[in-house]
Design a protein around this ligand. Structure first.
Ligand code: E4P
Length: 218
């Protein structure tokens, strides 16, 4: 299972990279704006900066909504760095763009996926990754994790190569549940990834070990 971090914050990306378990980064226009990265040139430079920190895939999202615009943007994005994966929204022209990029050997991440039908279409169009947004489904009282299970089932039925990238992960248990369901990748905040290492019995156990060591080695 791959771990991606879902942020455009370079410090957090560095911290996750330093942990040694990071496989990539996902960004989106909102995450870029949150870091104050605006203007095309600054945004493109920021993608390159991210690629120099991590060794894995870096999803860079197009902002056009028509086929020609997405193709132009995507081709520009992949020229930036060989780690770039073009993030394309699940809309009609987006599906056409996924197919176009797939035929040209350009890797893609189909974003804003909320149903099994959308995921099926993304796989048919040759997307490298499909991003079901589980947290946003949970937000509207729908079972986000069930979507992961259903997509896994359908992709396995037909041996689709498209990797399930569970997105909009909000907390540590989302990661654990996605692992149980067989998601290929999760993308989430640093706090969710670091949450995996925490357990109160670990802290209590370590404190006891160290106290006993101190007693015997005064
Ligand atoms: C996916 O690639 C998106 O960037 C992301 O996971 C959205 O998550 P959010 O619902 O927390 O904004």
């Amino acid at each position: 299972m791959k771990f991606f971090i879902d942020t455009a914050n370079l410090d957090q990306i560095r911290e996750a990279q330093a942990l040694g378990v990071l496989d990539g980064v996902t960004t989106n226009p909102s995450l870029m704006a949150k870091e104050g990265i605006t203007g095309k040139n600054n945004i493109l430079k920021h993608y390159v900066d991210i690629c120099t920190i991590v060794e894995g895939d870096v999803s860079a999202e197009v902002v056009s909504t028509d086929f020609e615009g997405m193709v132009k943007e995507g081709e520009e994005l992949v020229e930036l760095h060989d780690q770039i994966v073009v993030k394309v929204p699940m809309i009609k022209d987006g599906v056409k763009a996924l197919k176009y990029f797939s035929d040209k050997g350009i890797r893609t991440n189909c974003t804003l996926v909320f149903s099994v039908g959308q995921a099926l279409l993304a796989a048919k169009a040759g997307a490298t990754y499909v991003s079901p947004f589980i947290g946003r489904l949970d937000d509207i009282s729908t079972d986000g994790l069930n979507l992961i299970a259903e997509i896994r089932h359908i992709y396995d039925n037909y041996a689709f190569d498209t990797q399930i990238l569970a997105a909009s992960v909000r907390h540590t248990m989302h990661i654990v549940d996605c692992a149980k369901l067989g998601a290929d990748v999760i993308t989430g905040p640093l706090s969710a990834i670091e949450g995996l290492l925490k357990h109160p019995l670990t802290d209590i156990g370590l404190a006891k070990f160290l106290a006993d060591y101190q007693k015997g080695n005064k």
